[in-house]
Design a protein around this ligand. Structure first.
Ligand code: C2E
Ligand code: MG
Ligand code: MG
Length: 419
């Protein structure tokens, strides 16, 4: 494939003719492997390969890079950028359609879809590595756009890459010593109005960028491994706060929920780290909650269950965050030693206007009741939403209706007023 690409590049650059590189990655292939086994995964790869070959011309190249990644090289497209892009787009769309036709795997019908990244070549004398990187980046854009779609690499995308690199280097600097990190607290309120605790939410106070919200840096921290020092800082800060609260009767009952990324939980010494932090800060483990998302279920669930059990033995509780947005297997849900489900704020948001969201919220509440788990609704913004949730059997809430995430000083004031 590399040889073919090099050759195509040389010829096209000389003839001033454009070609395209398509990077194709199957969506959720891992899930198929995990659920039906690698043999079945192999059969899908073979069928995908056949469909790719059938949907390009004889002269084009189809290759498998590895795993569930395929590459298609289209070498003689139009001389004009726009025309060439629309030709490549047409082939990409054709591939999308072809790979979306149901597959027969192990006697069952299976659906699969690809995410496709496309880059044009021949205009600027790019190198093979550049092209692969560009097509790969475009493929990630397609994933980010919701999968089962295609995206082109372009200049805008390049500047996005530069932005990420700068952000990563700033984050690395900002994590040294933790001076740029802030921990905010958002109250969690019971149906009778009592504050039972808070969720700890991290913010990044960057000198030039200002206050950066987690959605803009947690994914980057996760993909670079910076989530590990960040997570340690958050856990430590939260436990210090629990220890302070433990000394006053009015606050001694409050819990703090800390978000833990799948990446952190996978660390071999995660349990030891939590123990150490509890020991050093003197926080009461019974007041600490760890919030996991369904993404922890994507890897070695057995290991995760062992770790959770060890932490539970210390008195720590577990919540499943953003419930309903991920890829939960209900049988895992039963195995995990959970205490609480959090209804994602996207469902709460439209609970009064969208009958589907209302049904999902009610179903999660019923599921919680059946499995003996408490349920907290996130993102409660209006009294009507709260009433709906209450009437559906959900008796704990978090959201702007009660309080936004706030600094610890503000939280103290809040507690004196409403606690
Ligand atoms: P999450 O754990 O689901 O946190 C709840 C998010 O909902 C917070 O966003 C909060 O500000 C927001 N929220 C709360 N009430 C309302 C409401 O009434 N309406 C609306 N529209 N939004 C509300 P935030 O603080 O931006 O955090 C976003 C996500 O970042 C969190 O989602 C969590 O997944 C992640 N995160 C935050 N802190 C940490 C951390 O220390 N470690 C890790 N691993 N992830 C964190
Ligand atoms: Mg959370
Ligand atoms: Mg959440």
């Amino acid at each position: 494939m590399l040889e073919q690409l090099k050759k195509a590049l040389q010829i096209n650059t000389r003839r001033r003719q454009l070609g395209a590189l398509l990077f194709i990655d199957l969506d959720n292939f891992k899930t198929l492997n995990d659920t039906l086994g690698h043999d079945v995964g192999d059969v899908l790869l073979q069928q995908v390969a056949q469909r790719l070959v059938a949907n390009v011309r004889e002269a084009d190249t189809v290759a498998r890079l590895g795993g569930d990644e395929f590459v298609v090289i289209l070498d003689d497209l139009d001389k004009h950028q726009l025309k060439a892009a629309s030709q490549a787009d047409a082939v990409g769309q054709k591939i999308l359609t072809a790979l979306n036709v149901p597959y027969q795997l192990a006697g069952r019908e299976h659906r699969s879809s690809p995410s496709i990244g496309i880059t044009l070549f021949g205009a600027q004398g790019e190198g093979v590595d550049d092209l692969l990187k560009q097509a790969d980046l475009a493929m990630y854009q397609a994933k980010a756009a919701g999968r089962n779609t295609l995206r082109f690499f372009d200049v805008g995308m390049q500047s996005e890459v530069d932005h990420r690199v700068a952000l990563e280097s700033d984050l690395r600097d900002g994590l040294q010593g933790g001076e740029e990190l802030l921990l905010h607290f958002q109250p969690i309120v019971r149906v009778d109005g009592r504050v039972t605790g808070a969720e700890a939410l991290v913010r990044w106070q960057q000198p030039q960028r200002g206050l950066v919200m987690p959605e803009d840096f947690i994914p980057l921290a996760e993909s670079t491994g910076l989530i590990l020092p960040l997570g340690r800082w958050v856990l430590n800060t939260a436990c210090e706060q629990l220890a302070v609260w433990g000394t006053r009767a009015e606050t001694a009952q409050l819990t703090i929920a800390v978000n833990v990324s799948a990446r952190e939980l996978r660390e071999p010494d995660f349990v030891a780290q939590v123990k150490r932090t509890l020991g050093q800060t003197g926080a009461n483990p019974n007041r600490l909650r760890l919030e996991l998302t369904e993404s922890v279920l994507a890897h070695k669930v057995e290991d995760i269950i062992v770790k959770m059990a060890e932490l539970k033995a210390l008195g720590i509780c577990f919540s499943l965050d953003d419930f309903g947005t991920g890829y939960s297997s209900l049988s895992y849900l039963k195995q995990l030693p959970l205490d609480l489900l959090k209804i994602d704020r996207s469902f709460v948001h439209d609970v009064l206007t969208d009958p589907n969201d209302a049904a999902i919220a009610r179903t999660i509440i019923a599921l919680g009741q059946t499995l003996g788990l408490s349920v907290v609704a996130e993102g409660v913004e209006t009294e009507d939403q709260r009433t709906f949730l209450m009437n559906s059997g959900c008796f704990a809430y978090q959201g702007y209706l009660f309080g936004e995430p706030m600094s610890i000083d503000q939280f103290d004031v809040f507690m004196r007023t409403f606690g």
